[in-house]
Design a protein around this ligand. Structure first.
Ligand code: KG4
Ligand code: ZN
Length: 337
């Protein structure tokens, strides 16, 4: 097998069905169908997610090929997210990718979802220079990773319980906001002021903890609502601004510690939560103070998308790292496997 020049990539690990085409390291298309069915459930319903992937996946792939102006005969490898993610959701993407690889007689490339969030930084210039630090913040993960090369990662710290995105989403559920609440809290916080303080987690080293914050918010609101039943409605913007600021302070506090410990000033932020406008702004301010070279992808490459899978697959293809057709989706796939 040779290095593939043109790759079709598929992402279906959670609630976004996405396909992308990359040629010679340049992303030609990136089409994402976001599932709306979970909005009123306060989280992703796995069974509904897999069914929705099944109906969306073929149209999404067709659209990605059409937008890339690429005939299926030109595709030289199919890449897919192997994990981590929801088993039923991963199965849809992996089965589709295997079917295409078999039918078109081309190799299969497996991609780790969190590695792909990091490799999203290579979709558009300027790219971070190796070695760099990446704060990866999504709905399922919160990590600080030292990236030594395209396939060389060291996890320096990670969450011991909830991910940062979960902290946003669970707070949103308490506040009665639709799922996923992160973007709603972001929007509401823009009109609010930081008025309420929540205790900082007591965690050693570069690890994170967000479950205490969620409980603190729950108790705080319970107490306030006893005094004033309309407390949430009357203070929604300020509550959102305060919660968001607490989460940002925890994340960036650790990132500063990691940068100092590793002696690095090439700093990247990735994952769905890096779409947060408050985090982006606060990170830029710190970058100026600390003389960091800061990299945050465009929002469309921060949240789940197949463009990042395509980019990670491009690097793997250059190393001729292909998967067998017996590859199984792995909901808890470790980063170095
Ligand atoms: O990376 P991602 O799209 O999916 C996972 O791999 O989990 O991240 C989804 C998470 C959700 O928790 C969502 O609420 C959060 O990213 N998110 C945001 C924003 N946009 C998405 N959180 C805060 N502010 C945002 N603007
Ligand atoms: Zn993700």
């Amino acid at each position: 097998m040779t290095k593939p020049k043109c790759i079709l990539a598929i992402e279906s690990s959670c609630d976004d069905t996405s396909a992308a085409v990359i040629r010679e390291g340049s992303l030609l298309s990136n089409v994402t169908h976001t599932q709306e069915v979970h909005k009123n459930f306060g989280g992703v319903v796995p069974e509904l997610a897999s069914r929705s992937h099944l109906s969306a996946i073929l149209p999404v792939i067709d659209e990605a090929l059409r937008k890339a102006n690429c005939a299926k005969e030109e595709i030289e490898a199919v890449a897919v997210t192997r994990g981590p993610g929801l088993m039923g959701s991963l199965l849809v993407g992996v089965s589709m990718a295997k079917g295409l690889a078999l039918g078109w007689n081309i190799p299969l490339i497996e991609v780790h979802h969190m590695e792909a969030h990091i490799m999203a930084h290579f979709i558009e210039a300027p790219h971070p220079k190796f070695p760099f630090l990446c704060l990866t913040v999504s709905g399922g993960h919160t990590q600080i990773v030292r990236v030594n090369g395209p396939a060389s990662f060291e996890i320096l710290g990670q969450t011991l319980d909830d991910a940062a995105g979960e902290a946003f989403d669970k707070t949103g559920k308490i506040l009665g906001l639709p799922y996923p609440a992160g973007p709603h809290i972001d929007r509401l916080a823009q009109e609010g002021i930081v008025k309420f303080a929540f205790p900082k987690p007591q965690v050693q080293g570069l690890d994170f903890s967000f479950s205490g914050l969620k409980t603190a918010i729950l108790y705080f609101l319970r107490l306030e609502k006893k005094k004033n039943a309309d407390f949430v409605q009357e203070n929604l913007n300020d509550i959102c601004a305060s919660v968001q600021s607490s989460i940002i302070n925890i994340l960036l506090g650790r990132l500063i510690e990691a940068a100092e410990r590793e002696g690095l000033n090439e700093i990247a932020i990735a994952g769905g939560v890096s779409a947060n406008s408050g985090l982006r702004k606060a990170a830029k301010t710190i970058a100026n103070e600390k003389s960091w070279n800061l990299y945050i992808p465009q929002i469309q490459y921060c949240t789940d998308n197949a463009g990042m899978i395509a980019m990670a697959a491009w690097f793997r293809g250059q190393e001729e790292l292909f998967a067998g057709l017996d590859m199984k989706p792995a909901p808890r796939l470790p980063m170095m496997h």
